[in-house]
Design a protein around this ligand. Structure first.
Ligand SMILES: [Zn+2]
Length: 271
């Protein structure tokens, strides 16, 4: 499932491909959205933003398309009116003269007035998005100390879009590892310095993953591992998807457990 950094990158690519130029056509697969095809295609796309895992495509005439990829949605950029070989269903297509942005498989697509987006249920509930909002480590530190969050397990909080929007399953394991926090701990169980490291990591890991197209490991270690002949699957993450392999910090074997119905990987020594 794509997480905040992947959606942010998709938004960047959609914006590069189809924003700030005339649109040739917009087509929705869902009949109830087809009434918007004309009004939207006569406007321009001014910006493509994200809020956590939701994408917001803002048009010059005061409308926006809200989409959430859930488990299966996928954006693809192609030459206009050419399509990838896929069994997926095309749900939304934005065509310019040269390029098209195609959204496959997503079912959560809506058209809203831009000034009413704040009232959308997902956006209303979403916490700060470290890639799109002005978020500082201090804000996040205060947030994890709030009554509503501090007594909940980190393993649940780091998937809760109401805490910090955009985190998902690989970020959860990686954040806990970087902060040296046990997968069973709650914010209230952590020392002040562990909380501070987590607050910083919430920002840096998402930014790093966005900039490197999916890596959460710091650049120096990535270089070292590449020089040692390691493959991407070995230097992409510290612990996620690395069950049975040695921790890069201490050599202990990485373990995999299930938490909140999702896979969680951790180092039993470092955390
Ligand atoms: Zn370790």
């Amino acid at each position: 499932m794509p997480e905040g950094p992947e959606i942010r990158r998709a938004a960047f690519e959609v914006e590069q491909a189809v924003a700030n130029q005339p649109l040739v056509e917009i087509s929705f697969a869902f009949p109830h959205l087809q009434e918007y095809e004309e009004v939207l295609s006569s406007a321009k796309i001014e910006a493509v933003r994200t809020k956590g895992k939701a994408m917001l495509i803002h048009f010059s005439n005061g409308y926006s398309i809200y989409s959430h990829n859930q488990l299966y949605g996928k954006w693809m950029i192609r030459k206009s009116y050419t399509y990838p070989k896929t069994n997926r269903q095309l749900r939304l297509a934005l065509y310019t003269e040269k390029q098209a942005a195609l959204l496959y498989s997503a079912s959560d697509i809506e058209v809203l007035k831009t000034d009413e987006l704040d009232q959308h249920p997902f956006i209303m509930k979403a916490g700060p998005d470290v890639l799109s909002d002005q978020v500082t480590a201090t804000t996040l530190l205060e947030r994890m100390r709030l009554k509503s969050f501090r007594n909940r397990a980190w393993a649940a909080l780091l998937l809760d879009q109401g805490f910090v929007a955009g985190n998902g399953n690989y970020l959860r394991s990686e954040l806990l590892y970087v902060a040296g926090i046990s997968p069973d701990a709650r914010p209230v169980d952590c020392s002040e310095s562990e909380q501070e490291v987590m607050a910083e990591a919430l920002i840096t890991l998402s930014e790093r993953s966005y900039e490197t197209e999916g890596l959460t490991v710091e650049a120096l270690l990535v270089d070292e591992l590449k020089r040692a002949g390691k493959k991407r699957r070995d230097y992409r993450h510290y612990v996620f998807n690395r069950e049975g392999k040695p921790c890069y910090a201490c050599g202990e074997t990485i373990l995999k457990i299930m938490k909140n119905g999702r896979r969680l990987y951790y180092c039993p020594y470092c955390q």
